[in-house]
Design a protein around this ligand. Structure first.
Ligand code: P6P
Length: 323
């Protein structure tokens, strides 16, 4: 039987690649790893536990009805990162403003984390795969108070990023800028094991993912590209859960598109904790990500929850629709 490499072992073995090493990244990812295992447990029993399914009865900053698991996942990640100590603050889809940790240990933390704790949560009660997305930056000044500026860095400044997909199996996929590696959770031992080393995405692929219900709201160039996909008899695959669509396209080759629409003139996906982390990861896997014109990672953020049109996946496909 080939040797099993756990996520913990892998991070330590590859620590030297993380230029701020001294074990900081491994401890940061340990917090994310732990919280994701608990979220996974709750997601997997959502169908059984009445008080988990359904809306929490309030709305997040996006004006979207918060599902109870959204709230739980958000609290789990925020608490795990606080208790771990390497992170001095968090920006989350579920919170209006940044969260700055006040405990002595975290105040000295050198990293900030942006996250969508449970993306696609409207799919929870219909048993469709959902995900967590995270993005890690180095704090701008260790001796200055944490401000929104620490979170408003361009995506190209990320030091690590990744996602967890709670699907038929649960996987954690991440990059520190030295390639992409995927780990599958073995529930029998509660451990993430290296299952997809050195992940790369095909430069082209058979799949296009877009909500075609918005077709007539898209600009002409996007409509033409979608028409070409049909003429080529490509496969239309759209789950309505970004992480799930992204992960399938990463593995098989394809493009995910959320263009601007009249209802979402700046697109629907959020730059800081959805587009940027997966743009960093997809580029590390040989893919590409734009807003239809500019490279996602070059965009200078101006708001914590700003949205962006997003075209992400196989390089040739993204380049073609971004002309
Ligand atoms: P629509 C989920 O709310 C999400 O942010 C992504 O996960 C998903 O791809 C998209 O929105 C679905 O949006 O407008 O097609 O239902």
């Amino acid at each position: 039987m080939s040797r099993i490499t756990t996520l913990a072992e892998f991070i330590v073995e590859r620590q030297a690649e993380f230029k701020y090493s001294t074990g900081e990244l491994s401890r940061l990812l340990t917090a994310i790893r732990l919280a994701s295992k608990i979220v996974n447990r709750e997601v997997n029993k959502a169908g059984l536990v009445e008080d988990i399914i359904g809306a929490a009865g309030n709305e997040n900053v996006q004006g979207e009805e918060q599902q109870k698991l959204d709230v739980l996942a958000n609290e789990l990640f925020i608490n795990a990162l606080r208790n771990q100590g390497e992170c001095c603050g968090v920006g989350s889809e579920e919170n209006d403003d940044i969260i700055v940790y006040e405990n002595e240990r975290s105040k000295k933390g050198k990293y900030v984390v942006l996250m969508d704790p449970l993306d696609g949560s409207s799919n929870i009660d219909v048993n469709v795969s959902i995900g967590t997305i995270f993005s890690i930056y180095r704090r701008l000044d260790d001796n200055a108070p944490v401000t929104q500026a620490d979170f408003m860095q361009p995506g190209s400044a990320q030091v690590a990023a990744g996602y967890v997909i709670y699907g038929s199996s649960t996987m954690l996929v991440y990059t520190t800028g030295h390639g992409v590696n995927g780990f599958t959770l073995d529930p029998s031992i509660g451990t993430y094991c290296l299952s997809h080393p050195n992940m790369t995405t095909p430069s082209n692929g058979p799949i296009y993912s877009v909500n075609e219900g918005n077709y007539f709201e898209f600009e002409e160039g996007v409509r033409k590209y979608i028409d070409q996909c049909k003429q080529k008899r490509m496969s239309a695959r759209y789950i309505g859960s970004f992480v799930a669509d992204f992960h399938r396209n990463l593995m098989k080759g394809g493009i995910y598109m959320y263009p601007a629409t009249t209802k979402a003139p700046k697109g629907k996906l959020r730059l800081l904790y959805e587009a940027n982390p997966l743009a960093f990861l997809v580029e590390q896997a040989g893919g590409s990500a734009t807003d239809g014109k500019a490279r996602i990672l070059d965009i200078q953020p101006t708001e914590l929850h700003q949205r962006t049109p997003l075209f992400i996946g196989s390089k040739e496909m993204v380049e073609q629709v971004s002309k």
